[in-house]
Design a protein around this ligand. Sequence first.
Ligand SMILES: *[C@@H]1O[C@H](CO)[C@@H](O)[C@H](O)[C@H]1NC(C)=O
Ligand SMILES: *[C@@H]1O[C@H](CO)[C@@H](O)[C@H](O)[C@H]1NC(C)=O
Ligand SMILES: *[C@@H]1O[C@H](CO)[C@@H](O)[C@H](O)[C@H]1NC(C)=O
Length: 494
Amino acid sequence: MPSRKDAWCFMAVVALTVVATRTHRASLAGRFPLSRRERGFMQERQRRTEAAVRAYERAAQRFDASRLEEASAAARDLSAAARRGDAAVVSILDHGAAGDGRGDDAPALRRAVAAAAGATAPRVVVHLPAGRTYKMSAVVLADVEDLELRIDGTIRAPPMDRWPARAEPEDETQSPELRRMRYAFLELRRAKRVTVTGSGAVEGSGRAWWRVRKRRPSVRAPVLLLVADSRDVAVTHLRLAESPFYHVVVLRSSSVALRRLRVASPPGSVNTDGIDLLAARDVTVDDCWVDTGDDNVAIKEGCVGVEVRGGTFYKGHGLSIGSLGEGGTTASVRDVVLSGVRFVKTSNAARVKTWQGGSGAVANVTFRDLDVRAVGAPVVVDQFYCPESQHPGPCANESKAVAVERVTIDGVTGWHTSGVAAMLHCSDAAPCDVSVSNLKLEGAPGCSNVVRCWNVKAGPGPCAAGNAMHGFRFDLSRKERRALAVNATCVHPD
Ligand SMILES: *[C@@H]1O[C@H](CO)[C@@H](O)[C@H](O)[C@H]1NC(C)=O
Ligand SMILES: *[C@@H]1O[C@H](CO)[C@@H](O)[C@H](O)[C@H]1NC(C)=O
Ligand SMILES: *[C@@H]1O[C@H](CO)[C@@H](O)[C@H](O)[C@H]1NC(C)=O
């Protein structure tokens, strides 16, 4: 039982802390008061950002219209094929689904998929008709082959409190990332030649999960759509929204095409990566529009042969390769091409992140023809990755590193808001082999436009002259850096 004296002491400490923090902030603000010029710049930055967002919203509406038109055209083709006897369509409504947004339509989906397995037509389709909401508990469709799952209505996950406790215990020998991905709402497991498509949506009812995970990030939440141990799978046209966790995950699978998808989670969502690939081979991501609270697309350990072509990434952290090598692990990613993608208001566009102390390599990666609007720091190669959320306190200076080899960044056009067009922070032990060309970037009004280089292997481009850290100091703590940036988050003097 704390004494009255302890309680007074505690309150005094709290009060002093509050006063000290306020004074500190006030002194920083006082030391660097905003000039009229700087206020003008800030307004101009805001105006330009709002214009970029409005342009994005108009373009996203056009994208949705054309995506839905394409999905409807495919539905008409299917009806014609069914009339000719070239397609067998199994409706979930004929297998007991209510489609009224209540109850549990998962058993009906399982029955429809089982019934489809017996069909003999050249094309076999399980159909979830439009105009209905199919509330479902989690579904694993295992060992399905030669099937099209056509979702024209909405599939909705149950609210958080209706999820059962996890049945399978976690395998402690698996990497942390792999363990995070083992839990899903809709899973294709060991599928072959399967297409998931339609004009409908898969909704994750994620809000309650985000509230909990904001306070306790260690709570596991389900992935919305997981494609695991599968091959020849396509996912197209659907809208995937409000996932409790990552939206689409491709795990240990090959020949997977993700096309014309719309991923959308609002601000305040937690760890809602758009599309994540892990140990995936030969994956294409074509013209997907991803609006999310975390990585728009992340390419993680063991991926080989990934192409991301076109599409628009909004908010979120852009496209990330990694992070790799956490906790001294060995991890590699190779043969990746990202081209023709637009980024609006993301924190980064092209990013490679590795932890110190790991091994393996990021090799043969090309980022080409990117368009950035109101993006924080468009290009980031960071071999010192160590976010506060995953690693409180500084990371030790280690000599081992995940190698970064043959990374090409060719053509990034637009404007950024951090004052840093590109930061290439490479390890002392393993300088990275990154070539940068055609950076046509400008800073936002009043901001600098610098490239930071640290241990980049000599070559032509902005790091040709060697190290140039532009106002960034490795020897300052995060707190000190934040304090210095108080009135000039986007000014980085030479
Ligand atoms: C803050 O702003 C003032 C006046 O605009 C400027 O002189 C000073 O260098 C800025 N502080 C930093 C850390 O850049
Ligand atoms: C580099 O990656 C590209 C794209 O995946 C691939 O076509 C090419 O063969 C790879 N090059 C090497 C040397 O592996
Ligand atoms: C990290 O270690 C290297 C040598 O291994 C040294 O050159 C470098 O200055 C160290 N960096 C920091 C921030 O201590």
